[in-house]
Write a protein that binds this ligand. Structure first.
Ligand code: UDP
Length: 350
């Protein structure tokens, strides 16, 4: 089966996607600079699939290194491009880092594609491009709103770069996937999210609070115009999300695309509030998540959830996992991390 380059393949969504690709027989080459992931993720992938993917420690802003990688692995047919900086707050403090990483990486790959005869490209985008949509659920046709952070802006600009590049040269075939809020972990608990330092995202903060690593969760804002006053998001299981990438790559390889660049929302279609998540997490896992209300977080959208009809009908993909099972998988993964930490501490004492 086809050889696929996965940039950012040791990251959170990347690693789950590598597993799903290998499970159906794709050959995977991972490129990652390990800036926000750990090489041990390869062990987890190997444990689940029985296959250790090829790995190259390369920064995608390094054009020459990428060029050499394509020479070393001839016959790559498609790229799934996850590698990017993704922390909203950090992007406000270090905009140039974000523009350099996220734009240069994309440009390098797009430039190298025709040289190495790689036609197919899947891009990780985000529902952040919609800002606060005027209509909910939000469809792919909703207008793009001015970005609220440099991170969000990089996703918008990257989408435009892909559109312009494809327009200039019919060689390219691309699928842009707009993720809503990915959560959970692989049911084996061999891979999951590995946040660096204090988590920014809700779910790792919830699991770390339940595990006692954080004193309490601050719920940012309880005076929004929503039923319980907290923000609403569309939380999508990471394995479901990963499976959508396999379908997208296959669609490109089969040349089934109706347009040179297709765009799909990847969400469940259901909006849940921060309190829904906290309460459901506590109920299904039988643990407490101490929490209190705090002021609104700057830049937060009040409510957004997907209309996933296009992905459902055109890709034949649909989110399968319940939020209950997804929240259980997140907790199982956090418990696994706690066990690994204990083992490391014990080994260090010996
Ligand atoms: N959130 C929260 N406390 C936290 C982290 C997040 O209340 O410590 C809220 C945040 O305000 C938003 C939701 O959880 O309403 C999802 O935030 P996250 O950062 O996970 O994703 P976003 O939708 O902002 O990309």
């Amino acid at each position: 089966m086809a050889k696929i380059l996965v940039t950012g393949g040791t990251g959170y969504i990347g690693s789950h996607t590598v597993v799903e690709l290998q499970k159906v027989g794709f050959e995977v080459v991972i490129v990652d600079n390990l800036s926000n992931s750990n090489i041990e993720v390869l062990n987890g992938i190997e444990k689940i699939t029985g296959i250790r993917p090829a790995f190259e420690n390369i920064d995608c802003t390094d054009y020459m290194a990428l060029d050499r990688m394509f020479e070393k692995y001839p016959g790559i047919e498609a790229i799934i491009h996850f590698a990017a900086s993704k922390a909203v707050g950090e992007s406000v403090e270090k905009p140039l880092l974000y523009y350099r990483n996220n734009l240069t990486s994309l440009i390098n790959l797009l430039q190298l594609m025709p040289i190495h005869k790689v036609k197919h490209f899947v891009f990780s985008s985000s529902c952040t491009v919609y800002g606060q949509p005027d209509e909910l659920p939000v469809t792919e046709n909703a207008p793009i709103k001015p970005a609220l952070s440099p991170y969000g802006n990089t996703k918008q600009i990257c989408e435009e770069i892909i559109q312009d590049t494809s327009h200039s040269n019919p060689f390219y075939r691309a699928i842009i996937l707009r993720y809503f809020n990915p959560i959970g972990a692989h049911p084996s608990a061999e891979i999951g999210e590995l946040p660096n330092g204090v988590p920014n995202n809700l779910l790792p903060y919830v699991t770390q609070t339940a595990a006692g690593l954080r004193k309490e969760l601050k719920v940012f804002g309880n005076d929004y115009n929503t039923p319980d006053g907290t923000c609403i998001r569309d939380y999508i299981n990471v394995v479901d999300l990963a499976k959508a990438h396999v379908i997208a790559v296959q669609r490109l390889l089969d040349e089934k695309g109706e347009k040179a660049v297709e765009i799909f929302n990847l969400g469940t279609g259901t909006g849940l509030s921060v309190l829904d998540i906290v309460n459901t997490f506590e109920r299904v896992n039988g643990v407490k998540v101490p929490h209190s209300f705090a002021p609104r977080r700057e830049g937060d959208i009040e409510k957004v959830w997907a209309d996933p009809t296009r992905a459902n009908t055109v890709l034949g993909w649909k989110a399968q996992e319940t939020v209950e099972d997804t929240l259980k998988s997140a907790w199982t993964w956090e418990c696994r991390l706690a066990k690994l930490r204990e083992e490391k501490a014990a080994n260090a004492e010996e």
